[in-house]
Design a protein around this ligand. Structure first.
Ligand code: DGL
Length: 269
């Protein structure tokens, strides 16, 4: 098969990366996708860097066996902890979710105060802060891990009193720092945008990396002459998971905003 006709691979610790798939399908409707969700080992957000690096390497190797032409690391935890170390070992382009969001946040801030929320592992990696400062050293960065957000979103609790109370505990300290831009550095957080906006205020820009990532992928494929050449009548995507549960389909369809067919379970990452 010509390299241009090969699929794009995407991996995440579970279902969350489907928010990225949704944007990829909009920006690159002609492409074929393979999604890999490591549902047996989710969550990555409270694991150590070594474990996240090991899992991420295994996930990329799995996608390479499916003959993908580019890999999108949709998981913020993997992008933060693993990508800086593993990218160099692969020949094909590997796109993470950190830099597109960082660039967008630096562009969006007016008062030079940016907030970042993510899983414990993402926040303690310090990667977002480091990357923002690399682009604009005078920007002040304030971070906060929000470990309860992922289970809430997976339960379908996207708004209401409980979520609002929890979100206030996490977000009010950032609001006090008067950030005017907030990076949602986790696959799940875009689904809590309404509550986050309610607390932070309309004037705070919420940066969700999914769209920026999709645009970056298109740019790389153009530059590398790897865009699929034909036309596609229907969306083409195959899902692989390490634990096949009804929840993947149920929550996944909400994340994706569409139907999920063709889910295959594989052993290990
Ligand atoms: N996908 C993860 C992330 O974006 C969230 C879920 C997890 O902790 O594995 O950081």
């Amino acid at each position: 098969m010509s390299e241009r006709n090969q699929p794009i691979g995407i991996f995440d610790s579970g279902v969350g990366g489907l928010t990225v798939v949704r944007e990829l399908q909009k920006v690159l409707p002609q492409e074929k996708f393979i999604y890999f969700g490591d549902t047996a080992r989710v969550p990555y957000g409270n694991k150590s860097p070594n474990t996240v690096i090991k899992f991420s390497l295994e996930n990329i190797v799995f996608l390479l066996k499916q003959n993908v032409k580019l890999v999108v690391v949709a998981c913020n935890t993997s992008s933060s902890l693993a990508l800086p170390f593993i990218r160099q070992y692969f020949r094909i382009p590997i796109v993470g979710v950190v830099n597109p969001a960082v660039r967008e946040s630096v562009y969006a801030t007016r008062n030079m105060r940016i907030g970042v929320i993510g899983t414990r592992a993402t926040i303690s990696s310090g990667v977002y802060e480091q990357e923002i400062k690399r682009l604009a050293p005078t920007i002040k960065v304030f971070t906060q891990s929000c470990p309860l957000f992922v289970p809430l979103v997976e339960e379908g609790w996207w708004e209401g009193e409980v979520v609002l109370n929890i979100a206030q505990r996490y977000l009010l300290p950032l609001k006090e720092k008067t950030v005017d831009t907030l990076i949602l550095a986790c696959t799940h957080y875009p689904l809590l945008k309404k509550v986050i906006k309610e607390i932070m205020g309309e004037e705070v820009a919420l940066i969700d990396s999914a769209r920026e990532v999709a645009i970056e992928v298109r740019k790389i494929l153009e530059e590398e002459n790897l865009l699929y050449q034909g036309k596609r009548k229907e969306k083409e995507i195959i899902y692989f998971v390490t634990d096949k549960s009804e929840a993947f389909r149920e929550i996944g369809e909400k994340f994706l905003g569409g139907k999920i067919k063709d889910i295959y379970e594989i052993k290990g990452g």
